[in-house]
Design a protein around this ligand. Structure first.
Ligand code: FAD
Length: 539
């Protein structure tokens, strides 16, 4: 099997590359995807998020090492193992990040990645239901939908309380400025999830020059001297190989791309030695600099009905189900995080450093290992969550063995800096202030978790350590930068120290962006495709 390009992983970025590189028919492209088809009801249906969250046939279902920052708890890390990758199982919130995030990327030595450089790629990717303008796109494959008309009226209480606390209302987090509170837009169209597979891969799969192999688990990049010449993969119980005439592009995501590099002899020298893998290029940065967003949630019993009241009784579920089946609308067609925003924990901050999530429903009584979004708590309740935009803690990941099927060791090192501890405490202090401010205060019966008895910086931090968890945004484990000893890829996403090998996914983020990570990963896929084509003399 010989192709011009081999793409490993059909996730948020991989699907974009598969589409763009195969578009003009000149190049043959092979996509190797370890997971299976995305033609599954619970993948397509937004509320299916609750089902796919713990579904082993669609999800890598990773678990981190016990984390000292979380009081020794392990953290469950779902990742999509299916066409579309994590965009097929995510919560669909569409957030690009702050303009300054990308200027930071550029200023770290990555020419071509400043906000003005990446904005055209965000716009090229998108069709916004609001129409296009200076900021938003209107001709791209990825549909971004304003579904605010379907959102629960309680979101207004959240927004008005935030305004009363001095925040501003922002009608578009993805426009001129991210700061403020408002309603989240989602990647969906016609009541169905708009994954990267639906947006980019499915339309391209009709092309004869694109081959997509599912159930194909890449185990190693193959090299001739220092040049990537192909990929070894497991498929149908056999070890197979495919050759790449031009390039191999890793799009396995922030956990699996560094894994594949390490398995292929590109990684920390000591780790490779420990597992008997001959080092092709020793680089301590492969798997290092792991960043993620950690979120803590406060739960409130409500004096007025919430979504719990609508979805708890059998007839409520039936009505919601009928509305979805008949009209592809209603609660089953939208996401769980409806309102939120970005704010500064104190005025000295140059830009927003915290993100808010408001959800007009709760599922605190769910049995462990389940996320029953259609079976919320049987009493009126809602939740507020807060996470840092740009945490300073850094974790790492490394192979446990040379076995490509063995899961990585993941050490997030949450809350390992004083700055992160302080910001998170400032965040929950704001949640308390918000809940005590009308009109939200008017509907709060009580804060039942953690409860007002938990007070004072130390107790609040301890509560964060006991209850906070990932919002599933790991990045930066193959980070981009000019220094080959502390970064993994250069500004054209070429892996330092070897040839014909790139990484293009959330692992290349030099730093995590402020907000949810799907949109910037799709942007990385868009820009990567231009870089690859330009290096073939095509742009
Ligand atoms: C539960 C959850 C909720 C989230 N919610 C949101 C949200 O609301 N909004 C948002 O913006 N972001 C959200 N995210 C994050 C966002 O979806 C990810 O940041 C983004 O999808 C990452 O894209 P990627 O291309 O880096 O990797 P992925 O999309 O994870 O793709 C990697 C692909 O590579 C495949 N692969 C990996 N290893 C191999 C191998 N060895 N061989 C072959 N194939 C392989 C995987 O199966 C997968 O399909 C969420 C993520 C999760 C898991």
């Amino acid at each position: 099997m010989q192709f011009d390009f081999i793409i490993v992983g059909a996730g948020s970025a991989g699907c974009v590359l598969a589409n763009r590189l195969s578009a003009d028919g000149r190049f043959s492209v092979l996509v190797l995807e370890a997971g299976g088809s995305d033609r599954r009801f619970w993948v397509q249906t937004p509320i299916g998020y609750g089902k796919t969250f713990y579904e082993p046939s669609l999800n890598w279902m990773y678990t981190t090492e016990p984390d000292p920052g979380l009081g020794g708890r392990e953290s469950y890390w779902p990742r999509g193992k299916v066409l579309g990758g994590s965009s097929s199982i995510n919560a669909m919130v569409y957030i690009r990040g702050q303009h300054a995030d990308f200027d930071d990327w550029r200023d770290l030595g990555n020419a071509g990645w400043g906000w003005d450089d990446v904005l055209p790629y965000f716009r090229r990717a998108e069709t916004s239901s609001r129409g296009g303008d200076t900021w938003r796109g209107d001709g791209g494959p990825l549909w971004v939908n304003d579904v605010s008309a379907s959102y629960h009226p309680l979101n207004r209480h959240f927004i008005d309380a935030a305004l009363a606390c001095g925040l501003t209302e922002n009608p578009d987090f993805n426009g001129a400025d991210q700061e403020g509170v408002g309603l989240y837009e989602i990647t969906a169209r016609g009541g169905l999830r708009m994954s990267a597979a639906r947006a980019y891969l499915r339309p391209a799969m009709k092309r004869s020059n694109l081959t997509v192999l599912t159930g194909a688990h890449a185990s190693r990049v193959l090299f001739s001297q220092r040049r990537a010449r192909g990929v070894e993969f497991l498929h149908d119980g056999a070890i197979r190989q495919a050759d790449a005439r031009r390039e191999v592009i890793l799009c396995g995501g922030a956990i699996n791309s560094p894994q594949l590099l390490q398995l292929s002899g590109i990684g920390p020298g000591e780790l490779l030695r420990e597992h008997g893998i001959p080092a092709l290029h020793a680089n301590d940065a492969v798997g290092a600099h792991l960043q993620d967003h950690l979120c803590v949630t406060h739960y409130y019993r409500s004096r007025v009905p919430t979504l719990n009241n609508r979805l708890s009784p059998w007839w409520g579920k039936m009505l919601a189900g009928m509305q979805y089946v008949l009209f592809r609308s209603g609660q089953l067609s939208i996401g769980v995080n409806q309102a939120g925003g970005f704010f500064r924990s104190n005025p000295d901050r140059p830009r927003p450093n915290l993100q808010l999530y408001f959800c007009p429903m709760t599922y605190t009584k769910a049995p462990p290992g389940t996320r029953p979004l259609m079976r919320p708590d049987p009493f009126p309740a809602f939740l507020n969550g807060v996470s840092q935009c740009r945490p300073t803690s850094r974790g790492w990941l490394g192979i446990r063995s040379p076995d490509p099927l063995a899961p990585m060791k993941i050490a997030p090192n949450y809350l390992s800096t004083e700055e992160d501890q302080r910001e998170m405490v400032e965040g929950v202090r704001f949640l308390r202030r918000l809940a005590a401010t009308p009109p939200l205060a008017d509907i709060v019966e009580s804060e039942y978790e953690p409860g007002l008895a938990v007070d004072g910086d130390e107790a609040l931090l301890e509560d964060i350590r006991q209850r906070a968890d990932t919002v599933f945004h790991p990045t930066s484990t193959c980070r981009m930068g000019p220094d080959p000893s502390s970064t993994v890829v250069d500004e054209r996403l070429r892996v330092h120290g070897v040839e014909a090998l790139r990484v293009a996914d959330a692992s290349i983020f030099p730093t995590v962006t402020s907000g949810n990570t799907n949109a910037p990963t799709i942007m990385v896929g868009e820009k990567a495709s231009d870089l690859v084509l330009a290096d073939c003399g095509m742009k």
